[in-house]
Design a protein around this ligand. Structure first.
Ligand SMILES: Cc1cc2nc3c(=O)[nH]c(=O)nc-3n(C[C@H](O)[C@H](O)[C@H](O)COP(=O)(O)OP(=O)(O)OC[C@H]3O[C@@H](n4cnc5c(N)ncnc54)[C@H](O)[C@@H]3O)c2cc1C
Length: 541
Protein backbone atom coordinates (compact mmCIF):
# COMPACT_ATOMS: atom_id res chain seq x y z
CA UNK A 1 0.00 0.00 0.00
CA UNK A 2 1.36 3.40 -1.05
CA UNK A 3 1.29 6.07 1.69
CA UNK A 4 1.43 9.84 1.40
CA UNK A 5 1.37 12.50 4.15
CA UNK A 6 0.27 16.08 3.73
CA UNK A 7 -1.30 18.93 5.70
CA UNK A 8 -4.13 19.58 3.25
CA UNK A 9 -5.49 17.26 0.59
CA UNK A 10 -7.63 18.89 -2.08
CA UNK A 11 -9.81 16.55 -4.13
CA UNK A 12 -10.67 18.04 -7.53
CA UNK A 13 -8.81 20.35 -9.88
CA UNK A 14 -11.56 22.56 -11.32
CA UNK A 15 -11.85 26.25 -10.49
CA UNK A 16 -12.76 25.62 -6.83
CA UNK A 17 -9.95 23.10 -6.21
CA UNK A 18 -7.15 25.03 -7.92
CA UNK A 19 -8.06 28.31 -6.19
CA UNK A 20 -8.28 26.54 -2.83
CA UNK A 21 -4.83 25.01 -3.40
CA UNK A 22 -3.21 28.32 -4.43
CA UNK A 23 -4.73 30.03 -1.39
CA UNK A 24 -3.72 27.32 1.10
CA UNK A 25 -0.17 27.24 -0.27
CA UNK A 26 0.29 30.91 0.70
CA UNK A 27 0.30 29.97 4.39
CA UNK A 28 3.29 27.65 3.96
CA UNK A 29 1.48 24.36 4.70
CA UNK A 30 1.95 21.23 2.56
CA UNK A 31 -0.77 20.96 -0.04
CA UNK A 32 -1.60 17.98 -2.25
CA UNK A 33 -4.04 18.39 -5.16
CA UNK A 34 -5.49 15.25 -6.76
CA UNK A 35 -8.04 14.66 -9.49
CA UNK A 36 -9.65 11.81 -11.34
CA UNK A 37 -8.36 12.97 -14.69
CA UNK A 38 -5.73 15.39 -16.11
CA UNK A 39 -5.29 18.38 -13.78
CA UNK A 40 -7.65 21.16 -14.73
CA UNK A 41 -8.88 19.45 -17.88
CA UNK A 42 -11.33 16.71 -16.94
CA UNK A 43 -13.43 19.38 -15.27
CA UNK A 44 -16.71 21.16 -15.96
CA UNK A 45 -14.74 24.37 -15.41
CA UNK A 46 -12.80 23.73 -18.61
CA UNK A 47 -16.08 23.11 -20.52
CA UNK A 48 -17.85 26.19 -19.22
CA UNK A 49 -18.62 29.41 -21.02
CA UNK A 50 -16.42 31.24 -18.54
CA UNK A 51 -19.17 33.69 -17.49
CA UNK A 52 -19.16 35.01 -13.90
CA UNK A 53 -22.04 36.93 -12.34
CA UNK A 54 -20.63 39.59 -10.02
CA UNK A 55 -20.99 43.21 -9.03
CA UNK A 56 -19.73 45.75 -11.62
CA UNK A 57 -20.55 49.22 -12.91
CA UNK A 58 -23.93 48.02 -14.28
CA UNK A 59 -24.90 45.58 -11.53
CA UNK A 60 -24.95 46.39 -7.82
CA UNK A 61 -24.56 44.03 -4.86
CA UNK A 62 -28.25 44.52 -4.15
CA UNK A 63 -29.07 43.47 -7.73
CA UNK A 64 -26.89 40.39 -7.36
CA UNK A 65 -28.49 39.40 -4.05
CA UNK A 66 -32.01 39.90 -5.37
CA UNK A 67 -31.46 38.00 -8.64
CA UNK A 68 -29.80 35.06 -6.84
CA UNK A 69 -32.58 34.77 -4.28
CA UNK A 70 -35.29 35.05 -6.94
CA UNK A 71 -33.72 32.21 -8.93
CA UNK A 72 -33.38 30.09 -5.76
CA UNK A 73 -37.15 30.28 -5.09
CA UNK A 74 -36.79 30.63 -1.29
CA UNK A 75 -34.45 27.68 -0.79
CA UNK A 76 -31.13 29.57 -0.96
CA UNK A 77 -29.27 29.98 2.33
CA UNK A 78 -29.11 33.70 2.93
CA UNK A 79 -25.75 33.84 4.70
CA UNK A 80 -24.14 31.94 1.84
CA UNK A 81 -25.65 34.21 -0.79
CA UNK A 82 -24.51 37.30 1.12
CA UNK A 83 -20.96 35.94 1.28
CA UNK A 84 -21.07 35.23 -2.46
CA UNK A 85 -22.22 38.75 -3.23
CA UNK A 86 -19.82 40.49 -0.81
CA UNK A 87 -16.73 38.56 -1.89
CA UNK A 88 -17.34 38.23 -5.64
CA UNK A 89 -15.45 41.37 -6.66
CA UNK A 90 -12.39 40.39 -4.61
CA UNK A 91 -12.42 36.92 -6.14
CA UNK A 92 -12.55 38.35 -9.67
CA UNK A 93 -9.56 40.51 -8.81
CA UNK A 94 -7.69 37.47 -7.53
CA UNK A 95 -8.41 35.60 -10.78
CA UNK A 96 -7.06 38.53 -12.77
CA UNK A 97 -3.92 38.48 -10.60
CA UNK A 98 -3.47 34.85 -11.59
CA UNK A 99 -3.59 35.88 -15.24
CA UNK A 100 -7.22 35.01 -16.08
CA UNK A 101 -8.32 37.44 -18.85
CA UNK A 102 -11.68 38.63 -17.48
CA UNK A 103 -13.54 41.59 -18.93
CA UNK A 104 -16.64 43.36 -17.59
CA UNK A 105 -19.83 42.60 -19.50
CA UNK A 106 -23.54 43.09 -18.66
CA UNK A 107 -24.29 41.63 -15.23
CA UNK A 108 -20.80 40.26 -14.63
CA UNK A 109 -17.56 39.25 -16.28
CA UNK A 110 -16.59 37.05 -19.22
CA UNK A 111 -13.35 35.86 -20.73
CA UNK A 112 -11.58 38.38 -22.91
CA UNK A 113 -11.29 36.36 -26.10
CA UNK A 114 -8.39 37.22 -28.40
CA UNK A 115 -9.62 38.20 -31.89
CA UNK A 116 -10.50 35.06 -33.88
CA UNK A 117 -9.80 32.68 -30.95
CA UNK A 118 -11.81 29.45 -31.29
CA UNK A 119 -11.27 28.66 -27.59
CA UNK A 120 -14.13 28.12 -25.15
CA UNK A 121 -14.38 30.50 -22.19
CA UNK A 122 -13.59 27.59 -19.88
CA UNK A 123 -10.34 26.84 -21.69
CA UNK A 124 -9.26 30.48 -21.39
CA UNK A 125 -10.16 30.31 -17.70
CA UNK A 126 -8.42 27.09 -16.72
CA UNK A 127 -5.24 27.43 -18.80
CA UNK A 128 -3.55 30.21 -16.75
CA UNK A 129 -4.62 28.52 -13.51
CA UNK A 130 -3.08 25.19 -14.53
CA UNK A 131 0.13 26.99 -15.51
CA UNK A 132 0.12 28.80 -12.18
CA UNK A 133 -0.42 25.69 -10.06
CA UNK A 134 2.34 23.84 -11.92
CA UNK A 135 4.75 26.62 -10.92
CA UNK A 136 3.66 26.47 -7.25
CA UNK A 137 4.84 24.22 -4.41
CA UNK A 138 1.53 22.30 -4.47
CA UNK A 139 2.11 18.58 -5.04
CA UNK A 140 -0.02 17.35 -7.93
CA UNK A 141 -1.33 13.82 -8.61
CA UNK A 142 -3.67 13.51 -11.59
CA UNK A 143 -5.59 10.30 -12.43
CA UNK A 144 -6.02 9.47 -8.75
CA UNK A 145 -9.68 8.77 -7.95
CA UNK A 146 -10.50 8.95 -4.25
CA UNK A 147 -12.77 6.11 -3.12
CA UNK A 148 -13.29 6.97 0.58
CA UNK A 149 -12.73 9.67 3.16
CA UNK A 150 -11.14 8.48 6.40
CA UNK A 151 -12.77 9.70 9.59
CA UNK A 152 -10.93 8.95 12.85
CA UNK A 153 -11.97 10.08 16.33
CA UNK A 154 -14.60 12.47 14.98
CA UNK A 155 -12.32 14.35 12.60
CA UNK A 156 -10.89 13.91 9.14
CA UNK A 157 -7.82 11.64 9.04
CA UNK A 158 -7.21 11.32 5.32
CA UNK A 159 -8.48 9.59 2.21
CA UNK A 160 -8.13 6.32 0.36
CA UNK A 161 -8.00 5.64 -3.37
CA UNK A 162 -6.22 3.80 -6.16
CA UNK A 163 -3.40 5.23 -8.27
CA UNK A 164 -3.54 4.98 -12.06
CA UNK A 165 -1.40 1.80 -12.03
CA UNK A 166 -3.86 0.15 -9.64
CA UNK A 167 -1.82 0.46 -6.44
CA UNK A 168 -3.99 1.31 -3.40
CA UNK A 169 -2.94 4.55 -1.75
CA UNK A 170 -3.57 6.05 1.69
CA UNK A 171 -3.28 9.80 2.09
CA UNK A 172 -2.93 10.92 5.68
CA UNK A 173 -4.00 14.52 5.91
CA UNK A 174 -4.92 16.97 8.65
CA UNK A 175 -7.52 18.64 6.46
CA UNK A 176 -9.34 17.86 3.22
CA UNK A 177 -11.09 20.20 0.80
CA UNK A 178 -13.71 18.50 -1.34
CA UNK A 179 -13.91 20.20 -4.74
CA UNK A 180 -15.26 17.30 -6.77
CA UNK A 181 -17.86 19.28 -8.74
CA UNK A 182 -21.42 18.13 -9.50
CA UNK A 183 -22.87 14.94 -10.96
CA UNK A 184 -24.48 15.79 -14.33
CA UNK A 185 -22.80 12.91 -16.20
CA UNK A 186 -24.89 10.43 -14.26
CA UNK A 187 -27.59 11.07 -16.88
CA UNK A 188 -27.79 9.72 -20.40
CA UNK A 189 -28.31 13.26 -21.66
CA UNK A 190 -25.91 15.78 -20.11
CA UNK A 191 -23.43 18.46 -21.12
CA UNK A 192 -20.87 17.67 -18.40
CA UNK A 193 -17.45 15.99 -18.54
CA UNK A 194 -18.02 12.25 -18.45
CA UNK A 195 -16.15 11.75 -15.16
CA UNK A 196 -18.34 14.23 -13.27
CA UNK A 197 -20.54 11.65 -11.53
CA UNK A 198 -21.23 13.14 -8.11
CA UNK A 199 -18.43 11.29 -6.27
CA UNK A 200 -18.20 14.06 -3.67
CA UNK A 201 -21.80 13.58 -2.50
CA UNK A 202 -21.22 9.85 -2.02
CA UNK A 203 -17.89 10.42 -0.26
CA UNK A 204 -19.63 12.76 2.18
CA UNK A 205 -22.64 10.49 2.76
CA UNK A 206 -20.42 7.47 3.44
CA UNK A 207 -18.33 9.55 5.85
CA UNK A 208 -21.51 10.17 7.87
CA UNK A 209 -22.23 13.70 6.65
CA UNK A 210 -25.65 14.86 5.51
CA UNK A 211 -26.18 16.27 2.02
CA UNK A 212 -29.02 18.62 1.15
CA UNK A 213 -31.49 19.35 -1.67
CA UNK A 214 -29.80 16.93 -4.06
CA UNK A 215 -33.08 16.44 -5.96
CA UNK A 216 -32.67 19.89 -7.53
CA UNK A 217 -30.82 19.38 -10.79
CA UNK A 218 -30.83 22.04 -13.44
CA UNK A 219 -31.27 20.88 -17.04
CA UNK A 220 -30.74 22.96 -20.14
CA UNK A 221 -33.32 22.61 -22.93
CA UNK A 222 -31.23 22.86 -26.09
CA UNK A 223 -28.14 20.66 -26.18
CA UNK A 224 -26.73 19.00 -29.30
CA UNK A 225 -27.82 15.35 -29.40
CA UNK A 226 -26.27 14.12 -32.67
CA UNK A 227 -24.49 10.86 -31.78
CA UNK A 228 -21.06 11.86 -33.10
CA UNK A 229 -21.08 15.42 -31.71
CA UNK A 230 -20.16 16.63 -28.23
CA UNK A 231 -23.18 17.56 -26.11
CA UNK A 232 -22.76 21.31 -26.43
CA UNK A 233 -25.53 23.65 -25.19
CA UNK A 234 -26.85 26.27 -27.61
CA UNK A 235 -27.20 29.56 -25.75
CA UNK A 236 -29.45 32.53 -26.65
CA UNK A 237 -29.96 35.01 -28.26
CA UNK A 238 -31.31 32.98 -31.16
CA UNK A 239 -32.18 34.54 -34.52
CA UNK A 240 -35.81 34.49 -35.64
CA UNK A 241 -35.51 31.87 -38.41
CA UNK A 242 -34.55 29.07 -36.01
CA UNK A 243 -37.06 26.17 -35.89
CA UNK A 244 -37.67 23.17 -33.65
CA UNK A 245 -39.41 20.22 -35.33
CA UNK A 246 -39.99 16.49 -35.05
CA UNK A 247 -39.03 13.87 -37.65
CA UNK A 248 -42.28 14.53 -39.56
CA UNK A 249 -41.53 18.23 -39.77
CA UNK A 250 -44.19 19.34 -37.25
CA UNK A 251 -43.33 22.75 -35.79
CA UNK A 252 -42.70 22.12 -32.08
CA UNK A 253 -42.63 25.78 -31.10
CA UNK A 254 -46.31 25.93 -32.16
CA UNK A 255 -47.08 22.57 -30.56
CA UNK A 256 -45.60 23.75 -27.25
CA UNK A 257 -47.55 26.99 -27.58
CA UNK A 258 -44.37 29.10 -27.58
CA UNK A 259 -45.67 31.37 -30.34
CA UNK A 260 -42.36 31.02 -32.14
CA UNK A 261 -40.47 32.79 -29.39
CA UNK A 262 -37.59 30.58 -28.41
CA UNK A 263 -35.63 33.34 -26.67
CA UNK A 264 -38.57 34.18 -24.43
CA UNK A 265 -38.99 30.50 -23.50
CA UNK A 266 -35.32 29.99 -22.68
CA UNK A 267 -34.79 33.20 -20.75
CA UNK A 268 -38.05 33.47 -18.81
CA UNK A 269 -39.57 29.99 -18.69
CA UNK A 270 -36.58 27.71 -19.01
CA UNK A 271 -37.65 25.02 -16.54
CA UNK A 272 -41.18 24.71 -17.93
CA UNK A 273 -39.80 24.68 -21.47
CA UNK A 274 -37.21 22.02 -20.52
CA UNK A 275 -39.75 19.67 -18.99
CA UNK A 276 -42.15 20.07 -21.93
CA UNK A 277 -39.32 19.34 -24.33
CA UNK A 278 -38.19 16.39 -22.17
CA UNK A 279 -41.71 14.90 -22.32
CA UNK A 280 -41.74 15.27 -26.09
CA UNK A 281 -38.22 13.83 -26.40
CA UNK A 282 -39.38 10.63 -24.68
CA UNK A 283 -41.84 10.06 -27.54
CA UNK A 284 -40.14 11.48 -30.63
CA UNK A 285 -36.85 12.88 -31.85
CA UNK A 286 -36.44 16.65 -31.71
CA UNK A 287 -34.59 18.51 -34.44
CA UNK A 288 -33.28 22.04 -34.70
CA UNK A 289 -33.45 23.60 -38.14
CA UNK A 290 -30.99 26.35 -39.10
CA UNK A 291 -31.42 26.01 -42.85
CA UNK A 292 -33.23 29.35 -43.11
CA UNK A 293 -30.65 31.33 -41.14
CA UNK A 294 -28.98 34.21 -43.00
CA UNK A 295 -25.23 34.36 -43.57
CA UNK A 296 -25.04 37.36 -41.23
CA UNK A 297 -26.76 35.50 -38.37
CA UNK A 298 -24.64 32.41 -38.96
CA UNK A 299 -21.50 34.52 -38.50
CA UNK A 300 -22.75 36.07 -35.28
CA UNK A 301 -22.70 34.76 -31.64
CA UNK A 302 -23.99 32.24 -30.62
CA UNK A 303 -24.32 30.33 -33.91
CA UNK A 304 -20.80 31.18 -35.08
CA UNK A 305 -19.60 28.77 -32.40
CA UNK A 306 -20.97 25.86 -34.49
CA UNK A 307 -18.74 26.86 -37.41
CA UNK A 308 -15.80 25.12 -35.73
CA UNK A 309 -17.47 21.76 -36.44
CA UNK A 310 -17.50 20.02 -39.84
CA UNK A 311 -21.11 18.96 -39.22
CA UNK A 312 -23.48 20.37 -41.93
CA UNK A 313 -25.55 22.43 -39.46
CA UNK A 314 -26.91 24.72 -42.18
CA UNK A 315 -27.70 22.01 -44.67
CA UNK A 316 -30.02 19.76 -42.66
CA UNK A 317 -31.91 19.73 -39.33
CA UNK A 318 -29.93 18.14 -36.50
CA UNK A 319 -30.89 16.30 -33.31
CA UNK A 320 -31.21 18.39 -30.18
CA UNK A 321 -32.82 18.02 -26.75
CA UNK A 322 -32.67 18.79 -23.04
CA UNK A 323 -29.70 17.63 -20.95
CA UNK A 324 -28.67 17.70 -17.30
CA UNK A 325 -26.40 20.65 -16.54
CA UNK A 326 -25.86 21.55 -12.86
CA UNK A 327 -26.49 20.26 -9.29
CA UNK A 328 -27.86 22.86 -6.87
CA UNK A 329 -27.73 20.67 -3.75
CA UNK A 330 -24.74 19.19 -1.94
CA UNK A 331 -22.64 19.29 1.19
CA UNK A 332 -23.38 21.75 3.97
CA UNK A 333 -20.70 24.39 4.46
CA UNK A 334 -20.65 27.60 6.46
CA UNK A 335 -19.68 31.03 5.12
CA UNK A 336 -16.00 30.03 5.34
CA UNK A 337 -16.26 26.67 3.58
CA UNK A 338 -16.14 24.44 6.72
CA UNK A 339 -18.38 21.37 6.84
CA UNK A 340 -19.77 20.05 10.16
CA UNK A 341 -16.93 17.45 10.25
CA UNK A 342 -13.74 18.95 11.78
CA UNK A 343 -11.00 19.06 9.16
CA UNK A 344 -13.34 18.71 6.18
CA UNK A 345 -14.02 21.69 3.90
CA UNK A 346 -15.88 21.93 0.60
CA UNK A 347 -16.23 24.39 -2.28
CA UNK A 348 -17.72 24.69 -5.75
CA UNK A 349 -20.58 22.69 -7.25
CA UNK A 350 -20.26 19.94 -4.62
CA UNK A 351 -21.28 22.40 -1.88
CA UNK A 352 -24.85 23.38 -1.03
CA UNK A 353 -26.46 26.66 -0.10
CA UNK A 354 -26.18 29.43 -2.65
CA UNK A 355 -28.51 28.31 -5.42
CA UNK A 356 -31.61 26.98 -3.62
CA UNK A 357 -34.09 25.39 -6.00
CA UNK A 358 -32.47 26.89 -9.10
CA UNK A 359 -29.35 28.77 -10.16
CA UNK A 360 -28.82 32.20 -11.63
CA UNK A 361 -26.61 31.88 -14.74
CA UNK A 362 -22.96 32.78 -14.06
CA UNK A 363 -23.24 32.19 -10.31
CA UNK A 364 -21.62 28.74 -10.41
CA UNK A 365 -18.20 30.02 -11.40
CA UNK A 366 -18.51 32.95 -8.97
CA UNK A 367 -19.33 30.43 -6.22
CA UNK A 368 -16.27 28.32 -7.13
CA UNK A 369 -14.03 31.41 -7.02
CA UNK A 370 -15.39 32.85 -3.75
CA UNK A 371 -15.66 29.61 -1.78
CA UNK A 372 -12.56 28.07 -3.36
CA UNK A 373 -10.49 30.92 -1.92
CA UNK A 374 -12.32 30.89 1.43
CA UNK A 375 -12.00 27.12 1.90
CA UNK A 376 -8.24 27.32 1.16
CA UNK A 377 -7.89 30.01 3.84
CA UNK A 378 -10.05 28.14 6.36
CA UNK A 379 -8.30 24.80 5.86
CA UNK A 380 -4.87 26.34 6.42
CA UNK A 381 -6.11 28.22 9.52
CA UNK A 382 -7.49 24.91 10.82
CA UNK A 383 -4.20 23.09 10.18
CA UNK A 384 -2.27 25.84 11.98
CA UNK A 385 -4.72 25.69 14.91
CA UNK A 386 -4.21 21.94 15.50
CA UNK A 387 -0.46 21.83 14.74
CA UNK A 388 1.49 20.43 17.66
CA UNK A 389 -1.74 19.45 19.43
CA UNK A 390 -3.13 16.71 17.21
CA UNK A 391 -0.85 14.05 15.73
CA UNK A 392 -1.26 13.39 12.00
CA UNK A 393 -1.87 9.76 12.82
CA UNK A 394 -4.72 9.28 15.25
CA UNK A 395 -4.41 6.60 17.92
CA UNK A 396 -7.21 4.61 16.34
CA UNK A 397 -5.79 4.70 12.82
CA UNK A 398 -5.62 1.20 11.40
CA UNK A 399 -3.59 0.65 8.27
CA UNK A 400 -4.64 -3.00 8.25
CA UNK A 401 -8.28 -1.99 7.92
CA UNK A 402 -7.49 -0.10 4.72
CA UNK A 403 -5.37 -2.93 3.34
CA UNK A 404 -8.34 -5.22 3.87
CA UNK A 405 -10.63 -2.66 2.21
CA UNK A 406 -8.28 -2.49 -0.81
CA UNK A 407 -8.50 -6.28 -1.14
CA UNK A 408 -12.29 -6.14 -0.93
CA UNK A 409 -12.46 -3.55 -3.74
CA UNK A 410 -10.29 -5.65 -6.07
CA UNK A 411 -11.70 -9.08 -5.14
CA UNK A 412 -12.88 -11.14 -8.12
CA UNK A 413 -16.51 -12.27 -8.01
CA UNK A 414 -17.74 -15.50 -9.52
CA UNK A 415 -20.50 -15.73 -12.08
CA UNK A 416 -20.81 -12.12 -13.30
CA UNK A 417 -20.03 -11.33 -16.93
CA UNK A 418 -21.25 -7.75 -17.01
CA UNK A 419 -18.70 -5.03 -17.68
CA UNK A 420 -19.01 -1.81 -15.68
CA UNK A 421 -18.88 0.19 -18.91
CA UNK A 422 -22.02 -1.49 -20.35
CA UNK A 423 -23.85 -1.25 -17.07
CA UNK A 424 -22.94 2.44 -16.77
CA UNK A 425 -24.48 3.09 -20.20
CA UNK A 426 -27.69 1.28 -19.21
CA UNK A 427 -27.81 3.02 -15.84
CA UNK A 428 -27.57 6.48 -17.37
CA UNK A 429 -30.58 5.81 -19.64
CA UNK A 430 -32.53 4.63 -16.58
CA UNK A 431 -31.53 7.67 -14.50
CA UNK A 432 -32.58 10.10 -17.25
CA UNK A 433 -35.94 8.39 -17.74
CA UNK A 434 -36.92 8.23 -14.06
CA UNK A 435 -34.97 11.10 -12.46
CA UNK A 436 -34.86 13.60 -15.36
CA UNK A 437 -36.47 17.07 -15.43
CA UNK A 438 -40.07 15.68 -15.39
CA UNK A 439 -41.02 13.37 -12.51
CA UNK A 440 -44.19 11.82 -11.08
CA UNK A 441 -45.12 9.42 -8.31
CA UNK A 442 -45.66 6.23 -10.34
CA UNK A 443 -42.41 6.67 -12.30
CA UNK A 444 -40.41 7.51 -9.18
CA UNK A 445 -41.69 4.39 -7.43
CA UNK A 446 -40.92 2.25 -10.48
CA UNK A 447 -37.48 3.87 -10.64
CA UNK A 448 -36.78 3.00 -7.00
CA UNK A 449 -37.75 -0.65 -7.63
CA UNK A 450 -35.55 -0.89 -10.70
CA UNK A 451 -32.72 0.75 -8.78
CA UNK A 452 -32.52 -2.10 -6.26
CA UNK A 453 -31.97 -4.51 -9.17
CA UNK A 454 -29.21 -2.30 -10.55
CA UNK A 455 -27.56 -2.23 -7.12
CA UNK A 456 -27.40 -6.04 -7.05
CA UNK A 457 -25.89 -6.15 -10.54
CA UNK A 458 -23.28 -3.57 -9.56
CA UNK A 459 -22.37 -5.56 -6.46
CA UNK A 460 -21.73 -8.66 -8.59
CA UNK A 461 -19.30 -6.93 -10.97
CA UNK A 462 -15.84 -8.41 -10.97
CA UNK A 463 -13.12 -5.84 -11.68
CA UNK A 464 -10.80 -7.30 -14.34
CA UNK A 465 -8.71 -4.16 -14.84
CA UNK A 466 -7.90 -0.85 -13.16
CA UNK A 467 -10.51 0.82 -15.35
CA UNK A 468 -13.12 -1.70 -14.19
CA UNK A 469 -12.18 -0.96 -10.59
CA UNK A 470 -12.66 2.80 -11.13
CA UNK A 471 -15.92 2.35 -13.06
CA UNK A 472 -17.35 -0.02 -10.47
CA UNK A 473 -16.81 2.60 -7.77
CA UNK A 474 -18.42 5.22 -10.00
CA UNK A 475 -21.42 2.92 -10.45
CA UNK A 476 -21.73 2.51 -6.69
CA UNK A 477 -21.57 6.29 -6.34
CA UNK A 478 -24.23 7.04 -8.96
CA UNK A 479 -26.51 4.32 -7.59
CA UNK A 480 -26.41 6.04 -4.20
CA UNK A 481 -26.90 9.47 -5.75
CA UNK A 482 -29.79 8.31 -7.93
CA UNK A 483 -31.41 6.70 -4.89
CA UNK A 484 -31.29 10.11 -3.20
CA UNK A 485 -32.67 11.93 -6.25
CA UNK A 486 -35.59 9.51 -6.73
CA UNK A 487 -36.53 9.29 -3.05
CA UNK A 488 -36.14 13.03 -2.41
CA UNK A 489 -38.28 13.84 -5.47
CA UNK A 490 -40.93 11.32 -4.47
CA UNK A 491 -41.29 12.95 -1.04
CA UNK A 492 -41.27 16.56 -2.30
CA UNK A 493 -44.89 16.93 -3.39
CA UNK A 494 -44.57 20.22 -5.23
CA UNK A 495 -42.74 21.86 -8.14
CA UNK A 496 -40.30 24.59 -7.19
CA UNK A 497 -37.46 25.41 -9.49
CA UNK A 498 -35.39 23.04 -11.52
CA UNK A 499 -37.67 20.02 -11.97
CA UNK A 500 -41.38 19.51 -12.51
CA UNK A 501 -43.49 17.06 -10.51
CA UNK A 502 -46.16 16.40 -13.13
CA UNK A 503 -48.64 15.40 -10.41
CA UNK A 504 -47.88 18.50 -8.26
CA UNK A 505 -47.15 21.22 -10.84
CA UNK A 506 -47.15 24.24 -8.47
CA UNK A 507 -44.97 25.40 -5.56
CA UNK A 508 -46.54 24.71 -2.14
CA UNK A 509 -45.27 27.38 0.25
CA UNK A 510 -47.62 26.22 2.96
CA UNK A 511 -46.05 22.78 3.31
CA UNK A 512 -42.81 22.79 1.37
CA UNK A 513 -40.67 25.73 2.44
CA UNK A 514 -38.29 23.00 3.53
CA UNK A 515 -34.95 21.54 2.59
CA UNK A 516 -34.38 17.85 1.97
CA UNK A 517 -31.66 16.43 4.22
CA UNK A 518 -30.19 13.05 3.23
CA UNK A 519 -28.13 10.82 5.54
CA UNK A 520 -26.75 7.33 5.23
CA UNK A 521 -27.19 5.03 8.23
CA UNK A 522 -25.44 1.80 7.25
CA UNK A 523 -27.03 1.00 3.87
CA UNK A 524 -30.19 2.89 4.75
CA UNK A 525 -30.77 6.27 3.09
CA UNK A 526 -32.71 8.46 5.51
CA UNK A 527 -34.51 11.68 4.66
CA UNK A 528 -35.73 14.55 6.84
CA UNK A 529 -37.12 17.96 5.91
CA UNK A 530 -35.72 20.83 8.01
CA UNK A 531 -37.61 24.10 7.47
CA UNK A 532 -36.06 26.97 5.56
CA UNK A 533 -34.58 29.37 8.04
CA UNK A 534 -34.59 32.35 8.21
CA UNK A 535 -37.09 33.73 5.64
CA UNK A 536 -35.54 35.47 2.65
CA UNK A 537 -34.59 39.14 3.24
CA UNK A 538 -34.56 41.63 0.41
CA UNK A 539 -31.41 43.56 1.31
CA UNK A 540 -27.81 43.07 2.39
CA UNK A 541 -28.29 44.55 5.89
C1 LIG B 1 -21.24 23.17 -20.66
C2 LIG B 1 -21.22 23.96 -19.37
C3 LIG B 1 -21.14 25.34 -19.41
C4 LIG B 1 -21.13 26.07 -18.20
N1 LIG B 1 -20.97 27.42 -18.25
C5 LIG B 1 -20.98 28.13 -17.09
C6 LIG B 1 -20.77 29.55 -17.09
O1 LIG B 1 -20.50 30.17 -18.12
N2 LIG B 1 -20.86 30.20 -15.90
C7 LIG B 1 -21.11 29.56 -14.72
O2 LIG B 1 -21.18 30.21 -13.68
N3 LIG B 1 -21.24 28.22 -14.70
C8 LIG B 1 -21.16 27.49 -15.83
N4 LIG B 1 -21.28 26.13 -15.77
C9 LIG B 1 -21.23 25.45 -14.45
C10 LIG B 1 -19.77 25.47 -13.95
O3 LIG B 1 -18.90 25.28 -15.05
C11 LIG B 1 -19.49 24.39 -12.91
O4 LIG B 1 -20.46 24.43 -11.90
C12 LIG B 1 -18.11 24.62 -12.26
O5 LIG B 1 -17.12 24.68 -13.26
C13 LIG B 1 -17.79 23.51 -11.27
O6 LIG B 1 -16.45 23.70 -10.84
P1 LIG B 1 -15.86 22.82 -9.67
O7 LIG B 1 -14.49 23.33 -9.42
O8 LIG B 1 -16.80 22.75 -8.55
O9 LIG B 1 -15.82 21.34 -10.32
P2 LIG B 1 -15.24 20.84 -11.72
O10 LIG B 1 -14.66 21.95 -12.51
O11 LIG B 1 -16.29 20.03 -12.37
O12 LIG B 1 -14.04 19.88 -11.25
C14 LIG B 1 -14.29 18.72 -10.48
C15 LIG B 1 -12.96 18.04 -10.20
O13 LIG B 1 -13.15 16.98 -9.25
C16 LIG B 1 -12.43 15.84 -9.66
N5 LIG B 1 -13.04 14.66 -9.03
C17 LIG B 1 -14.34 14.29 -8.99
N6 LIG B 1 -14.48 13.15 -8.29
C18 LIG B 1 -13.25 12.80 -7.86
C19 LIG B 1 -12.73 11.71 -7.10
N7 LIG B 1 -13.53 10.75 -6.62
N8 LIG B 1 -11.39 11.65 -6.87
C20 LIG B 1 -10.57 12.60 -7.36
N9 LIG B 1 -11.00 13.66 -8.08
C21 LIG B 1 -12.31 13.75 -8.33
C22 LIG B 1 -12.55 15.88 -11.17
O14 LIG B 1 -11.56 15.07 -11.76
C23 LIG B 1 -12.31 17.38 -11.41
O15 LIG B 1 -10.93 17.63 -11.37
C24 LIG B 1 -21.25 25.40 -16.96
C25 LIG B 1 -21.33 24.00 -16.93
C26 LIG B 1 -21.30 23.27 -18.10
C27 LIG B 1 -21.35 21.78 -18.05
Amino acid sequence: MEEIQTDILIIGSGLAGILAALEAEKSGVHVLLVSKFALGWGTNTSLSNGAFTAVNSLFSKEDHLKATLEAGKNLSRIAMVKTLVEKAEEAILQLRNYGVPLEERGIGYVMARPQGSPDLGGVLLIRPLVERIKRSSVKLIPNFPIFDLIVEEGRIGGAFGFLRDGRPCLVRSRAIILATGGGGALYQRNDNQKTILGDGYSLALRAGLPVYDIEFIQSYPLVLAEPRLSSIPLFPPFPKGILLMDEKGENLLDLLDLKGNLNQAIIHERDKFTSKLFELSQKRDIYCDLTHISEEEWNRYPLNFLKKSKFPFRERPFLIGPAAHFFMGGIEIDEKGSTPLPGLFAAGEVAWGVHGANRLGGNALTECAVFGILSGQSASEYVRSIEGKTPLLSTKFSKRRWEEKARAYTRKKKGSFETPRDLLREFKIFAWKYGGPLREEEDLKTGLNLLSRFKKRIERISPESVNDLFHKRELENIALLTHAILLGSLLRKESRGSFLRKDFPDPDNQNWLKHTCYRLAGEDLQISHPPVNPPAPSSLD
